[in-house]
Design a protein around this ligand. Structure first.
Ligand SMILES: Nc1ncnc2c1ncn2[C@@H]1O[C@H](COP(=O)(O)OP(=O)(O)OP(=O)(O)O)[C@@H](O)[C@H]1O
Ligand SMILES: [Mg+2]
Length: 270
């Protein structure tokens, strides 16, 4: 279970560039729950994932993963519990190394022993078996450099690598956004399959409302560093794309209203 307790993060505090990226955010994600995070550009979605992964330390609040407080842990230590996939298909693997070598690195994540990349026949068979599940024919290309693959193939492998050791938490930040529609659909389907099969706890940032409706168990909407909507259980089952768009519009209208009231009040006191 992931427990986020009243976390806040301000970038460039006390300067003209000050940004309150996370503003007192609390969120509890049950074990095995797959949650989508949606929200407009700059609403704090990536910052939330970065806060969990330990890219920076929090100004306030705590984060617990399976009842252990991890908010003071350095990023590399959290990486032994957390799998991540980013938007860029080239970010999660080493281009000049073969598919098998990349996977062996993923299999040894968190081990302190020096890396040895000998890929023996038994290991290769284990790798081939899992890679076959992708249904991309990549099991016959295990000795090819991963840089020779398409973005979609590479992102599918990155997902497989990030989940190889069954992480306590999987963080996906728009991991299908840079792919063509067919590859994006394939990786999305694979994401759901792996998360359900391995019963993973996962947070997925997406701008695709269709993905948010189709894939996860729960949808959290962010706006200006805060959580403004949380669709779960029956509400999540009923919600459709037009409902999410309407909620987006309502949140933005409410903000415009608040801003104009603030401006009016300010004028009254000038
Ligand atoms: N490392 C950083 N340094 C300074 N400002 C940052 C940093 N990371 C994020 N921000 C700012 O925090 C705010 C939230 O950014 P964030 O990247 O979390 O948004 P997002 O919801 O992921 O948006 P998008 O949908 O565009 O990816 C933005 O105003 C952004 O400029
Ligand atoms: Mg982002």
């Amino acid at each position: 279970m992931l427990k986020i307790n009243a976390i806040s993060k301000t970038f460039f505090p006390n300067t003209v560039n000050e940004v309150r990226a996370l503003n007192n955010v609390s969120l509890t994600i049950e074990e095995g729950c797959f949650t989508a995070i949606i929200g407009t550009n700059g609403s704090g979605k990536s910052t939330l994932l970065n806060a969990i992964a330990g890219t920076f330390f929090l100004d306030e609040g705590t984060i617990e993963l399976n009842e252990t407080e991890i908010s003071k842990w350095p990023e590399y230590k959290r990486a032994s519990l957390i799998g991540r996939v980013f938007q860029n298909p080239f970010a999660g693997s080493a281009a000049e190394m073969t598919i098998a070598e990349n996977i062996v690195m993923a299999m040894r994540r968190g081990q302190s022993r020096p890396l040895r990349l000998a890929v023996n026949a038994a290991v290769k068979e284990e790798i081939a078996e899992k890679v076959r599940m992708l249904k991309m024919g990549l099991e016959d290309r295990l000795d090819n450099p991963i840089g020779t693959l398409s973005g979609g193939q590479r992102q599918a492998l990155t997902l497989l690598m990030a989940t190889w050791l069954k992480p306590k938490l999987l963080l996906l930040d728009e991991h299908t956004a840079a792919l063509d529609p067919k590859s994006a659909a394939k990786v999305a389907e694979l994401t759901k399959h792996i998360i359900e099969n391995e019963n993973l706890t996962a947070l997925m940032v997406t701008h695709s409302m269709q993905q948010a409706v189709d894939l996860p168990d729960r949808i959290v909407m962010m706006h200006r560093g805060q959580i403004v909507e949380d669709y779960r259980d029956e509400m999540k089952k009923r919600v459709r794309v037009p409902d999410l768009i309407e909620t987006f519009n309502r949140v933005q209208k409410r903000e415009l209203f608040d801003e104009s009231v603030a401006a009016m009040l300010q004028q009254q006191y000038i």
